[in-house]
Design a protein. Structure first.
Length: 319
């Protein structure tokens, strides 16, 4: 629901722990040991236009060198204990861990829809946690047609606090992603959260300690956020991360959210600075590509996954 709705919006507006495979990437100050990346190269098929079930995703991730995969929440909730054991054995055999699941509650529309999703969330969150998953994430629209910033802020704080509380009770962290491009937050009547600082204000207002950011290099770039903003964070502040590049030759204020590039494709976004900062704050979650790229989406599953793996590996080599 979340990613499909995100794509519609763009058209109109435009378990278990860290991975075992760590590589030295940053030298510390004199006398300090080399720092190692703790984050995983993650495959989330829906973000790259690939249609694959949970078992197919695990197989593709293993074949192309990924280190984590997104848990499919509804699928996990329908598994018997025996089926879950079988799935987790396949995950272990493939050398993979869980990344971040999509948060399934529709909080963006009417109260009835929101309450219905909220009632089902404990069951779905418990299913993710039972499988060993510990992360869920979602994104916020950067505009509203009828609510001012303040009214929208209070609505989001109230609704997302309720979501976060349920996830906390299940032992699941909750990540929130802001949408940075000026072309997005000026596309509606009232602009809303579109920078890291604003999102951190919302998280503070929610006041539930399992809530953090979904960082995206694309939104970090288009929002004008900086290296200092990243280094002000801790691992606890970051739940998930997306890695993307931007089309060349387009001014930053004219970049459109529905047209991005795979990581390190153009060099427009300073991914070395972005990734080095993740290493320095010892971020230990998934790093996944979400380019909303027509050429990638038109590929068959295997070529799309192969291209994504190659792009992520190229970006990681910048560190």
């Amino acid at each position: 629901m979340n990613r499909t709705e995100r794509r519609v919006f763009l058209r109109h507006a435009v378990t278990a722990g860290a991975a075992a495979c760590l590589s030295p990437v940053l030298a510390g100050r004199a006398g300090e040991p080399l720092r190692q990346r703790k984050f995983t190269m993650d495959l989330t098929c829906g973000m790259i236009g690939v249609r694959a079930n949970q078992l197919e995703t695990i197989e593709l991730a293993h074949r192309f060198g990924f280190e984590s995969v997104a848990p499919a929440t509804s699928y996990l909730a329908d598994l018997s204990p025996m089926q879950l054991d079988s799935l987790l054995e396949k995950l272990r055999a493939a050398g993979l861990v869980w990344g971040a699941a999509g948060m399934p509650v529709d909080f963006r529309r009417d109260t009835t829809r929101f309450q219905r999703g909220l009632r089902d969330l404990p069951r779905l969150a418990a299913a993710v946690r039972r499988a060993g998953g510990t992360r869920m994430s979602t994104w916020l629209r950067p505009t509203h047609e009828t609510l001012t910033y303040r009214a929208n802020f209070q609505l989001h704080a109230t609704r997302l606090r309720a979501v976060a509380t349920i996830l906390k009770d299940a032992g699941v962290r909750f990540g929130l992603e802001y949408v940075g491009p000026k072309t997005s937050w000026t596309a509606g009547r009232y602009a809303f959260i579109h920078t890291m600082a604003e999102m951190r204000e919302l998280i503070t207002e929610m006041n539930v300690d399992n809530v953090g950011l979904v960082l995206d290099s694309w939104h970090w770039y288009t929002a004008g956020d900086t290296q200092a903003d990243l280094l002000a964070l801790t691992n606890h502040d970051v739940v998930a991360c997306d890695l993307n590049d931007a089309p060349a030759g387009i001014p930053i204020d004219q970049q459109r959210d529905g047209s991005r590039e795979l990581p390190a494709a153009t060099g427009v976004i300073d991914l070395k600075t972005f990734l080095d900062a993740l290493v320095q704050i010892q971020y230990d979650g998934p790093v996944r590509a979400e380019p909303f790229n027509k050429k990638l989406n038109a590929m068959d599953n295997e070529p799309a996954v192969a291209a994504t793996a190659a792009a992520l590996k190229k970006a990681f080599a910048l560190m």
